[in-house]
Write a protein that binds this ligand. Structure first.
Ligand code: ADP
Ligand code: TYD
Length: 201
């Protein structure tokens, strides 16, 4: 079996910045690597991503759509890759649903746990890198760079609740989570990530 590594954090925390670095670091070890993202990662999942990121909908519809995208991602990409011994890195996975639909929007965590049990009863990431920053830092980074999607336009209290739920998950599953202080410089963060990855080989 390969290894499954997920990247998490509130929008603007710096996740995307480090994915290419991690991909290169793993490939240098001669390991087959699959790099993917959620919502998305498959043709159907990418269609669902467009809908989830840009349309207003009932909260439970939103949760069901991200889990539908995930089921397809697992079936088509993640599970076959891990079985053949490849490593998979995913920009977001189920912790995002707990943080955004659970923490941010207030959906019952018990319902999300039921969906998680349904969609991937036996699989959890081997490693989850949680990029953690204060809200003001994330907001300033976002404002400086890009047009904002539906989630990125949410207010500070939404992201405060999202961040709190991420940190709760990290405390609940300390064996797979590594919380990275993303106020550090990019170089310092990459040094920390390299040390974390070295321990995985
Ligand atoms: N450690 C850092 N220090 C300063 N700027 C950063 C840092 N990490 C990321 N950034 C910048 O912040 C912005 C958002 O980063 P990004 O990786 O796109 O965040 P995310 O994928 O978590 O939403 C980008 O312009 C990026 O260059
Ligand atoms: C995977 C997932 C993502 N999301 C949200 C979080 C992000 O705001 C958004 C995906 O954006 P993101 O992955 O941050 O992409 P980009 O870097 O292009 O902005 O989807 C959920 O609300 N629930 C989920 O389960």
């Amino acid at each position: 079996m390969g290894k499954f590594i997920t990247f998490e954090g509130i929008d603007g925390a710096g996740k995307s910045t480090h994915i290419a670095f991690v991909a290169d670091y793993i490939k240098q070890r001669g390991v087959e690597l699959v790099s993917s993202r959620e919502p998305g990662g498959t043709p159907l999942g990418e269609k669902l991503r467009e809908i989830v990121l840009h349309e207003t909908m009932d909260l439970e519809t939103e949760a069901l759509l991200v889990f539908a995208s995930r089921r397809e991602h697992l079936a088509q990409v993640i599970e076959p890759a891990l079985k053949r011994g490849a490593w998979v890195i995913s920009d977001r996975f189920t912790d995002s649903t707990f943080a955004y639909q659970g923490g941010g929007r207030g959906m019952s965590l018990a319902k999300l746990e039921a969906l998680e049990q349904w969609v991937h009863p036996a699989l959890q990431p081997d490693l989850t890198l949680l990029f953690d920053v204060p809200l003001e830092v994330a907001r300033a980074r976002l404002d400086a760079t890009r047009d904002l999607d539906k989630f990125e336009q949410e207010k500070a209290d939404f992201f405060a609740a999202t961040r709190t739920e991420y940190l709760r998950r990290a405390a609940q599953f300390p064996q797979r989570f590594r919380v990275i202080d993303s106020t550090q410089s990019i170089a310092a963060i990459q040094q920390q990530i390299a040390a974390i990855l070295d321990a995985c080989f």
